[in-house]
Ligand binder design. Structure first.
Ligand code: 4NP
Length: 147
């Protein structure tokens, strides 16, 4: 799960997807394409909305996406088109490129392409992001379980 800062959207996506899949079979992690928040806990607003839904994000620490993530992971989900392009720019070959998906493409709803960056928005922005990610992670989890 990849966003820009790895403090708002992708920590939520990581926590939500983890809550829907067995821990012993799936390794799920998140990262940011930017380096601004390396080592930080998720944003308090992400921690709070997740906690309300029974998901604990407090053990997460922000890290920057690295090229070796293409080797570590089978699927790389970008939260928005800008994150998508940043990741693609690091790809070494067509195999790397093929692993990268825009997360909301998993919803069959062409009216929404990007998970909106909630960093400069209020609590409602985080609620909206939570709902979007919960919906799409249900689709992803079902696909991964049946694969
Ligand atoms: P995220 O949100 O990419 O969902 O973690 C952001 C967090 C921090 C910044 C931008 C987006 N920032 O500019 O510091």
């Amino acid at each position: 799960m990849v966003c820009l800062g790895n403090i708002c959207r992708s920590p939520l996506a990581e926590g939500i997807l983890k809550s829907k899949l067995p821990k012993n079979i799936f390794f799920i992690d998140s990262a940011g394409t930017g380096n601004y928040h390396i080592g930080e806990q998720p944003d308090n607003r992400s921690i709070t909305i997740a906690k309300k839904k029974g998901i604990d994000l407090t053990d997460q620490r922000a890290r920057q996406f690295v090229t070796s993530d293409f080797d570590t992971f089978d699927y790389i989900y970008a939260m928005d088109s800008s994150n998508f392009n940043n990741i693609i720019n690091l790809a070494r070959n067509t195999e790397d490129v093929a692993k990268v998906k825009l997360i909301l493409d998993e919803l069959n709803d062409s009216s929404i392409v990007d998970v909106p960056d909630p960093y400069f928005s209020g609590k409602q922005g985080f609620e909206n992001v939570y709902q979007l990610l919960d919906n799409v992670c249900t689709v992803i989890a079902n696909k991964l379980i049946t694969n």
